[in-house]
Ligand binder design. Structure first.
Ligand code: SF4
Length: 346
């Protein structure tokens, strides 16, 4: 996750909630991508570090547990950069120019100069981020599938050039002759989570409900939330399936509340204010325990930093082992090797 600062409900529903579940099913590495943040925000780096810490606090608040997963900041494990450099040597330019988000983002973020090497190479850095842990799966949304596919192509190309069994290697590898596995995208169905204006929840639209919003703020934001436009008057029937508040209910409310919403909205038996109040109740129930967990780390930020340091050390160990395999397969190990005897002519 990029170091964007405090997270909102969209980040929670779209990724974080799933990550919390996955900690018990997989050996998970979660990192805050501060170098990725630089690909678009390179001109002002003054907030990057604090933004990273804010992301970490929200992760801990949401239930990521350092005993069940590894959490760290990307730049604290510089092996990512070394692998990125090596991958950049073998990745054809055309592959990067074809990545759909490259064109799309350059057009959408017109206020920044994105004609940089770092921005174009963003997916190569992502490939290094994934492959340095020899990841089997990457939990992503639809929009990131193309990046995982590119990662697979880079892994394939690397394995083709530098087979693990080549060049008199002594090590044996878990993957038959390949340094890298080809990771799979683990597509997670993410429910539609609209912002207060009905568009996708996003900081750039100013329509977010933050995980740190106190109860009165949540209630106030809900009050201003758009509803089914068919309900102009209290007596007009509505449809929760086309109402952003209805979408919130579907994610956060109990079956009983959902039944009341469905029935009351369609029969004009309830008002939108009442309905929004129930949605706010459900949201507050989810957010309050998170905010209590967050407070422990806000009061003692050193605790959170210690988690990061331990996570970086654990991630570094795995990354070091991979880099040894990588260098060896390329015939560039850091170890002394005695000169080879000259080849004798037959
Ligand atoms: S009653 Fe609820 S679901 Fe129906 S339009 Fe109003 S806010 Fe939306």
């Amino acid at each position: 996750m990029r170091s964007t600062g405090k997270l909102h409900l969209g980040n929670y529903v779209g990724a974080l909630q799933n990550w919390v579940r996955m900690q018990d099913e997989y050996e998970c590495f979660y990192f805050i991508a501060d170098w990725h943040a630089l690909t678009t925000d390179y001109a002002d780096t003054s907030k990057v570090k604090q933004n990273s810490i804010d992301v970490l606090l929200d992760w801990l608040a949401a239930g990521l547990d350092p005993k069940r997963c590894t959490m760290f900041i990307q730049s604290h494990v510089p092996q990512h950069a070394e692998l990125h450099l090596l991958f950049s040597m073998i990745t054809p330019l055309g592959w990067l120019e074809r990545v759909p988000t490259y064109k799309e983002q350059r057009e959408n973020i017109a206020e920044k100069d994105l004609s940089t090497y770092g921005f174009l190479g963003y997916p190569v850095l992502q490939a290094a981020d994934i492959l340095i842990y020899k990841g089997d799966f990457v939990p992503v949304g639809e929009d990131q599938v193309a990046h995982v596919e590119l990662t697979r192509e880079i892994a394939r190309r690397f394995n083709g050039f530098y087979p693990a069994t080549g060049r008199g290697l002594k090590q044996s590898f878990t993957w038959t002759g390949d340094v890298f596995p080809e990771p799979q995208a683990l597509l997670t169905p993410t429910p539609k989570l609209p912002g207060t204006d009905g568009r996708k929840m996003s900081k750039s639209y100013g329509n977010t409900i933050m995980l740190t919003d106190p109860e009165p703020v949540v209630r106030q934001k809900l009050k201003t939330m758009v509803t089914d436009p068919a309900r102009v008057r209290r007596t007009d029937p509505g449809n929760p399936d086309v109402c952003p508040v209805g979408d919130l209910h579907k994610i956060f409310s109990s079956k009983e509340t959902m039944a009341k919403v469905n029935q009351g909205c369609r029969a004009a038996g309830i008002g939108c204010i009442e309905c929004k109040g129930w949605a706010a109740d459900a949201l507050v129930q989810v957010l309050l325990p998170m905010q209590e967990r967050r407070k422990k780390y806000e009061d003692n930020p050193r605790l959170a930093w210690d988690i990061l340091e331990a996570g970086s050390a654990a991630a570094s160990q795995v990354a070091d082992a991979t880099m040894k395999d990588v260098r060896a397969s390329m015939g560039m190990s850091l170890e002394y090797e005695p000169p080879r005897p000259p080849e004798t002519a037959k």
